[in-house]
Design a protein around this ligand. Sequence first.
Ligand code: F6R
Length: 614
Amino acid sequence: MCGIVGYLGDRNVYEVLINGLKRLEYRGYDSAGLALVAPGGEIKIYKSKGKVSNLEAYCSGKDLTSRVGIAHTRWATHGEPSDCNAHPHYSEDGNLALVHNGTIENYQLLKEALQQHGCKFHTETDTEVLVQLVEHIRVTNNCTTLEALQAALKQVIGAFAVAVVEKNNPDMVLAARRSSPLVIGIGDGEYFLGSDGTPFVEYTSKVVYVKDDEIAVMERNKPLKLVNLDNVEKKIDVKKLQLSIAQLEKGGYPHFMLKEIFEQPITMRDCIRGRVVEGGSRVILNGVMDNKDKFLNCNRIIIVACGTSWHAALLGKQLIQDMCRIPVEVEYASEFRYSHPVITDRDVVIAVSQSGETADTLAAIQIARSKGAFVYGVSNVVGASIPRETDSGTYIHVGPEIGVASTKAFTGQVLVFTMIALSVAQYKGTLTTEQVKAVGEYLMRIPQLVKETLKLNDKIRNLSLIYTYARNFLYLGRGYSYPVALEGALKLKEISYIHAEGYPAAEMKHGPIALIDSEMPTVIVAPKDHLYEKIVSNVQQVKSRGGSIIAIVTKGDTTIRELADHVLEVPSVPECLTPLITSIPLQLLSYYIAINKGKDVDMPRNLAKSVTVE
Ligand code: F6R
């Protein structure tokens, strides 16, 4: 949600910034801008509505000479996407330029106070309030910009990552954060800045993750300094960035989303590597092993997450309940945080997040920890806030997910839940070694079975042409297939903007059945499982009302083939593993429908990859 880039050094600043913005575009893409500090100190600001390519076109032919700069790609919170509201924003006297990711909740109050001091505002953004506040403090107290920033951030309520450059001090970049990500890259005589490490992966792998209420001071020819808001110096912990350029490229696919769908045989293998061992009869997750007492002695497990991760959480609930016989609740993190939850130190809270930065999930973690619960993270991005804020956890290790619609991260999360359930079950004795092995063996074969499932690609592409102009879709499933139906519907609406509802198939008769007619396609997830006979009845109910049916079935199914308009056959696996297979055709279906409609699948409208605001 908004991407920040910064650079101080001897390279072509503009190029570093613009290429960095392109890498961060998945975080927001309604407008973009950059501030370049020319060698004499003058700050030049270039901004443009729309994607980074618009900004690039706008900058073409301009004098972009500079040695320091900051840049931003925006996901609007305050004020519509426009040239004017795009970042950077500057102080009225032109001394400071600032970019910001997050929201300043008390910006209205701060703005009114500044207006009483004669400050004028030219945009609708909360960010302009912050830059004017910093400069106002600097001028009235005759202090340094660092001191002014410290004082200003003490007044700010909300989440932020900010970067500031100054005309009076042209060889310096200040960057600070609270609840929004910020990473410094340390090169040889140069500093990089990013919302994550992707903008500078080709230049350095030495990174420092800025912590809440810390300010990084980057000055030419000086070592990096980290201070808190009271100017106490903080320890600098240099880490190695675990990222490669190849992971950030499309690798011959037209879109990141398609690449990520097709990568799943590999990402799934990476996810289980070294964790499912001894021919599948043992599952080792260090995070669970080191904390097995917490899992064995807990009263219940609460899983918190948002969006697609919440769907993975629903599957996590079924897996853990089925295999470990521990009660599990699943909560939307955004609801949980304001629900005055009853949590004790006998609860285990599992927080699931691909980005590891989702604001609501982070807030839920903080509440759970404050009540003494043991908090376990399931995350993809190494070093992100959620893995750092949790007591322990497991990375899904599926590599950077760039497409805004989550695909490989979802299957990675489901795999991790499967392994959590299996490992707790083996410690608890709720599954025998043979039972663990029966699932574990299949788990090791899943990457190959997903590869086979991906052969449905051409069939799904053709099928998608029939349904491109449907206005609504219903997705149905039962048991393990119900969260898969929810996820299928979410994928379709996110990237094709077609309204789609996911529903437990048996609930259909309590209302949604009224929607069914020849115009309303229904996607039914119906692998052979213990609810198969039941879902066949649901298929019949749709059929008898004239609805058209696309069914995801187990290879060799003849019953549903008779009833459905189209069947997509997937390999047979144990029931608890079906989501890993049945979700694949749904990902492809939503991809192709969106492509047929000419939509930008990697950057769907209004969305952003990392939701760091409430
Ligand atoms: C959907 C999608 C979102 C995210 C949600 C949570 O395709 O990507 O629904 O799943 O915003 O994000 P994370 O997992 O990063 O916490």
